[in-house]
Design a protein around this ligand. Structure first.
Ligand code: SAM
Length: 264
């Protein structure tokens, strides 16, 4: 079963106003633990093709994918890095949480995916994001340090686009190695006391707990911060490492961990 959710862009519209507008057109919405997110129970048309969508009043995404920005909890005083940004579901959510203030650097390696990132940022009226089309591993040459970092890593859940092909052990190991490199670079880019949230939409241990174990063993300047499981109505359990979270079906599988840099 594919559950469908929308995240209301509170920078542009009040959730109740949008709910009434969509319900008047025959869309059936159900409230969630988030006052600005609704489950779409029924719709006479595609919710990705309405005037309200084009006006940037909402984003269509899984409720699981809304959890990493909430856990990162950025404020308007933060300098935030979104290491793997396109198509921008989480970048635009971070901007919303920051009330369009402060600054977010959103990095995306693939120029083909910059188009969707740019389009979503423009559609949602985001004004605090600088987009960079580059390999985030090269950002350390720029002498920048961040208060908050989101690493929503590429994983076997989205790297393998061909649904008819199953994910092989080699795919998982390839992704895991890439994730380890990215998380290590992310910790280098954090200020002392800064926080990094790591997430993937893969259910594989090697891409999740394995990456967190790797970084905690490799470095002595980072510690795990436990995440409180207070996501009512969503299937969330503790991950294989105490303090991490796993979202499980029928919600989209997700793994989330939170790390703090304890010394520079
Ligand atoms: C899981 S997707 C990100 C989804 C996005 N965070 C969202 O919520 O819409 C991972 C993205 O990371 C990008 N990526 C992979 N390696 C990268 C790198 N080294 N530097 C920057 N972006 C990278 C991929 O091209 C892909 O667009």
């Amino acid at each position: 079963m594919n559950l469908q959710y929308i995240r209301v862009n509170t920078l542009k519209i009040n959730p109740e106003t949008l709910k009434n507008r969509l319900e008047n057109k025959g869309v059936m919405l159900k409230e969630t633990f988030l006052p600005y997110a609704f489950e779409v129970l029924e719709s006479p048309f595609s919710v990705g093709a309405t005037p309200e969508y084009l006006f940037g009043y909402y984003f269509v995404q899984s409720i699981s994918s809304m959890i990493p920005p909430i856990v990162l909890n950025p404020s308007k005083d933060d300098l935030v890095l979104d290491m793997c940004a396109a198509p921008g579901g989480k970048t635009t959510h971070l901007a919303q949480l920051m009330n369009n203030e402060g600054a977010i650097i959103a990095v995306e390696i693939k120029s083909s995916r910059m188009k969707s990132l740019k389009a979503n940022i423009n559609r949602m009226g985001i004004a605090n994001v600088i987009m960079l089309n580059m390999n985030v591993l090269h950002l350390k040459e720029k002498d920048l340090k961040f208060d908050k970092i989101l690493l929503d890593a590429p994983c076997s859940g989205n790297v393998i686009k061909d649904k008819s092909r199953s994910v092989t052990k080699e795919d998982i190991i390839y992704c895991s190695n890439r994730q380890k490199e990215l998380i290590d670079a992310g910790i280098d880019l954090l200020k002392e006391g800064g926080v990094l949230v790591y997430s993937t939409c893969s259910a594989e241990e090697e891409e999740n707990e394995g990456v967190i174990e790797y970084i905690l063993n490799k470095r002595d300047d980072v510690e795990l911060l436990p995440i409180e499981n207070n996501f009512k109505g969503i299937n969330v359990i503790e991950g294989g490492i105490e303090g991490t979270l796993r979202v499980i079906p029928p919600n989209e599988p997700f793994f989330i961990a939170k790390l703090m840099k304890i010394k520079d």
